[in-house]
Design a protein around this ligand. Sequence first.
Ligand SMILES: [Zn+2]
Length: 385
Amino acid sequence: MHLFEVYGAFSGQLINATNSKFYTSSVPMSKIIAIATLTSFIYDNLPFVYLGVPLFKGRPKAVHLRPIFDRIKSKLSTWHGRLLSIMGRAQLVNYVISGMLVYTFHIHRWPKIILNEITKIIRNFVWSGDCNQQKICTVAWNTMCRPKDEGGLAIRDPFMVNNASLLHLTRKFLTSQDQWAQLCRHILLSNAKPKNHYIHSSIWIDGEWNLPTYFHVKDDVLTNKILQTTLPIKPVPDALQWLSTTDGHLTNKLTYLFVRGTCIKVPWHKLVWNTYIPPTRVFICWRFIHNRLPTDENLRKRGCTIVSICCFCKKQLETSDHIFLRCPVTSQIWDWLNQGINQQLDLSSCQNLFVKQNWRRQYVGAANSDLNHQKCHMVHMVREK
Ligand SMILES: [Zn+2]
């Protein structure tokens, strides 16, 4: 208690005994009663929630994290998702739901079963506006989680965010000089402190490499790389360096990028994702390019038994390529656009239509690329009716 009094005197933060609790592990009841009598603190049992993070003993299980999942599901249910555009729902998920998970993701490795459930309700909410309603024609989750220039919607995948957060925590645990990290290293690592002094070496003598000859025979490339590496002459503390960065430091964003990996950039993203174009228009083009619009062709592929006919010409089966690019009715609109801009657009595929190189330079402005979006949106709206 003297320690608390000294802390209060120096910091001005007085301890309120009636609002304070203490927790123990495998301690006899006589000791617990003694501590409660001495401190006037309330004795409580694990698990409990501190700053929104559940604290418990042992490995994280679904039952420990279920309350957070329920809060997310409740939040998604209360939002009127159907009144928002899909891009609005994607933004809400990225900023609000990610914020609800960020603290626990930095502390616990979530069980796969509950991460799968979170992924499912987020995917349903983004596509249908209702976390319990699944849509038939959707783009694959992995594709949705890619950045926009790689053909995705830039949604953050809970699995990857969890892995990236723990990787970041591990690095801080190994390298940070904060008191918590030093304490953890002291408790959890076999070597109490990291070695930061010069170690006598048989291959580094007097500031020069002295590699045995069999090094060259065994791996000449690696040996040359070692010889090209200059070590500091004066003793300096060792420090872990993150190789993919220039300064060796690792941020949370970089860990996520590392865990996620990168894909090939798509050539159409600059014309599709344009800040001047409303997200609802962009989304139709994005689904069109991925061939995930709910056309008769796609609905049939997913098991729906329906009669298919183009709603414009009434002659052909309804496919994305037909209603947007090949149908005689929509061809008239493309002809009108070609005459207006005095250029023959490449209509061989939707990807070619949105590739920058296939547009004359003066038409690659915000206003002109909007023509494509407006046209796709118009065709889509007419077809929906
Ligand atoms: Zn047609």
